[in-house]
Ligand binder design. Structure first.
Ligand code: WT7
Length: 649
């Protein structure tokens, strides 16, 4: 792999925060940022000790950071804390007790609002249901649900009793769910009969039935009634949430958890092999989610905050559940698709609930651009004061549209770079401080010592594309890969001694701003979701008509990258539209709709190195329709390459 990455983007526009925004911002001076960032890097113990001191501890910590067993960081050593108490109980004694915690809207238009007091009661009862099934501290619980308030409750109920939650995105297939349940050895699954998506019912319970089949260790499937479709029932294993609720009370003291106890697992794709169960700790994770939410979104008590992600991704964990609730914010939560029943649904929600802080993904922004400005213009968006994006680099064109059409040219945009592994936002503008440049995530957050290095760990000069690195531990960093210490060290800590390798390319410009250049490995990012080529290939190859497959990403205006699959059919099978459809369907069942190839090209051979490795970088050029300028000296058979290039002829 070459460590230099081509940089083709030249962007000269600058957007300083307005005086009006700065007047009320939490942080509004360059000096303030510089001072805090310097302290966070030079004296992390006093910096983070102070921040952590703002959280309600059951027992105070006696050491801020122990990095002696790097890369296994221990933060806030000796402390005891409970994440659900941080999100709920602490607000009950304050003026926030009657404040709205969750303002929810279902896709069909039904609504539910929960105050902090009400959410606390519901979470305690939910936790007591889990306890009544014998679920206890340290047990793993899979959560596979639609975006309904019970999803947030399920997460917090696990945290309350110290069970480790493993949320699996509701759009994943039974097979993907099964793999994740198995890897985490989950003893229970929390789900719903179904969820609403584009006016149709997503039958979640049915997927769970298939996903837990043959797994005796799954003793409980707890089912929330949402869509009222018929479901199969195992009387030993399955229980209805609404029935179980009648048998429990609302008294459930939070379990005191060690700072380093695992709060949750969340699976993310790797470049090779099976998905990685990213392990997050309790206290460090909370401190990161708490502080970033406060400073990046400049959260004020009057804000109505809406992050449009699904709780099935890390964005939803940190910026729908833990971060906002730890800060006592009012959060909007929406179940359905952005274009149901009409392409202005998001803007209708913003208007109805007077959303002031709005956080979404570039892929969504590009979809809105495509659907047309008239759907935006019909709605009053004057309540908005701050916008955010996450998931992939936002192209300047989309940034400008977001700024003008959604932000009315008055809202700062925070382009936040981070990962499932970082736990919380790591590179970002601070809205009252940073002059933004469209397409740049700008500068590191407090505690993040970000640099652009070459393969040997040398820091590169201004505007030289290289590899992003984080050179110091930070509180919300991952603590491991579930059950695979070796892979944890190898994936993140083996490139340079003691430095974290996120796997992204980046460059730093002359002002010290960071520009993220995308993944340097074979992972494909579709609509802000990383997919491993390896997983999609495995799915294709598991189809009887396929002998070999190579999958690459090609640039796509809408989804960032789109999947192109090069497929070699089995002997006697010929390429046909029917096969194409069958493969698409197959990938959908194996992984999920998200992973369906946008294009399948049938070929009788794939370009390989002499040792038999598929040369994906060549395929990437072919898929994108550009002339290969890459090194082809290791290719085994030039004829294969020539044939693939002439595919359209
Ligand atoms: C990868 C992490 C963190 C939640 C969403 C995805 C890419 C994320 C940005 C951004 C450029 C970004 C990176 C990163 N990414 N945010 N603002 N600018 N790239 O979480 O699935 O863990 O993916 O998403 O490539 O490594 P994830």
């Amino acid at each position: 792999m070459s460590d230099r990455i081509e940089n083709v983007l030249h962007e000269n526009r600058r957007f300083p925060p307005s005086d009006a925004f700065r007047a009320d911002a939490r942080l509004s001076s360059e000096d303030g940022y510089a001072r805090m960032h310097r302290e966070s890097i030079e004296d992390p113990e006093s910096f983070w000790g102070r921040v952590a001191g703002e959280l309600p501890w059951i027992q105070p910590f006696d050491k801020v950071l122990d990095w002696s067993e790097a890369p296994r960081a221990k933060w806030f050593v000796g402390g005891k804390i409970n994440a659900s108490a941080v999100c709920l109980d602490q607000h009950l004694e304050s003026i926030r007790s009657g404040k709205r915690a969750i303002v929810w809207e279902g896709e069909p238009g039904d609504t539910r609002t929960l105050t902090y007091t009400e959410l606390h009661t519901e979470v305690c009862r939910f936790a007591n249901i889990l306890k009544s099934r014998g679920i206890k501290k340290g047990d793993r619980v899979a959560i596979y649900m639609p975006m309904i308030p019970e999803l947030a409750m399920a997460v917090l109920a696990c945290a309350r009793i110290g069970a480790i939650h493993s949320v699996v995105f509701g759009g994943f297939s039974a097979q993907a769910l099964s793999d994740r349940i198995e890897d985490g050895e989950c003893c229970a699954v929390i789900t719903a009969d179904g969820g609403w998506r584009r006016g149709k019912i997503l039958e979640l319970k049915k997927e769970v039935d298939a996903g837990v089949a043959g797994k005796d260790y799954v003793h409980t499937v707890l089912v929330v009634r949402r869509t009222e479709n018929d479901v199969d029932w195992d009387h030993e294993r399955d229980i209805w949430y609404h029935e179980a609720l009648l048998k429990v009370d609302a008294e459930c003291p939070p379990e005191p958890m060690d700072s380093e106890d695992v709060l949750f697992l969340l699976y993310t794709s790797g470049s090779t092999g099976k998905p990685k169960g990213i392990v997050h700790s309790t206290a460090g994770y909370l401190v990161g989610a708490y502080m970033t939410t406060q400073f990046v979104f400049d959260l004020q008590d009057e804000d109505v905050y809406w992050c449009t992600a699904d709780v099935g991704w890390i964005t939803g964990h940190s910026y729908i559940v833990y971060g906002p609730l730890a800060n006592g914010a009012t959060c909007v939560m929406y179940e359905g698709a952005p274009n149901t029943p009409h392409p202005g649904r998001f803007w209708e929600i913003v208007q109805r609930h007077e959303v002031s802080v709005f956080y979404t993904a570039p892929t969504a922004i590009r979809a809105f651009m495509k659907w047309g400005d008239e759907h935006v213009e019909k709605h009053d968006l004057s309540s908005l004061r701050l916008l955010g994006t996450v998931g992939e680099s936002i192209n300047p064109e989309a940034w400008m549209w977001y700024h003008q059409k959604i932000g009315g040219e008055r809202c700062p945009i925070v382009d936040t770079w981070w990962q499932t592994e970082t736990g919380s936002i790591a590179i970002t503008p601070l809205p009252g401080v940073t002059t933004t440049k469209p397409g740049s995530a700008t500068r590191p957050f407090f505690g993040i010592d970000a640099a652009v290095l070459d393969e040997d760990g040398n820091e590169l000069g201004a505007n030289e594309g290289g590899l992003l690195a984080i050179r110091k531990p930070w509180p919300s960093m991952l603590r491991g890969i579930w059950g695979d210490e070796e892979r944890f060290r190898e994936t993140y800590w083996s490139k340079w001694p003691g430095y974290y390798f996120p796997g992204d390319g980046a460059r730093k410009d002359e002002d010290g701003y960071l520009w993220i250049l995308g993944r340097v490995d074979d992972v494909i990012n579709v609509s802000g979701h990383r997919l491993s080529t390896m997983e999609v290939e495995s799915a294709l190859v598991s189809h009887e008509s396929v002998v070999e497959a190579a999958v690459v990403g090609r640039p796509d205006d809408l989804t960032g990258q789109a999947i192109v699959a090069f497929v070699t059919p089995a002997a006697g099978i010929s390429a046909s539209d029917e096969l194409l459809r069958a493969l698409s369907e197959h990938v959908s069942t194996e992984i999920g709709k998200l992973a369906r190839p946008a294009e399948v090209r049938f070929t009788d051979a794939l370009p390989k190195t002499r040792s038999g490795k598929i040369m994906r970088r060549l395929l990437r050029d072919i898929a994108a329709g550009v002339e290969t300028v890459q090194d082809t000296s290791t290719i085994e058979d030039y004829a294969v390459l020539a044939k693939l290039r002439n595919y359209d002829d």
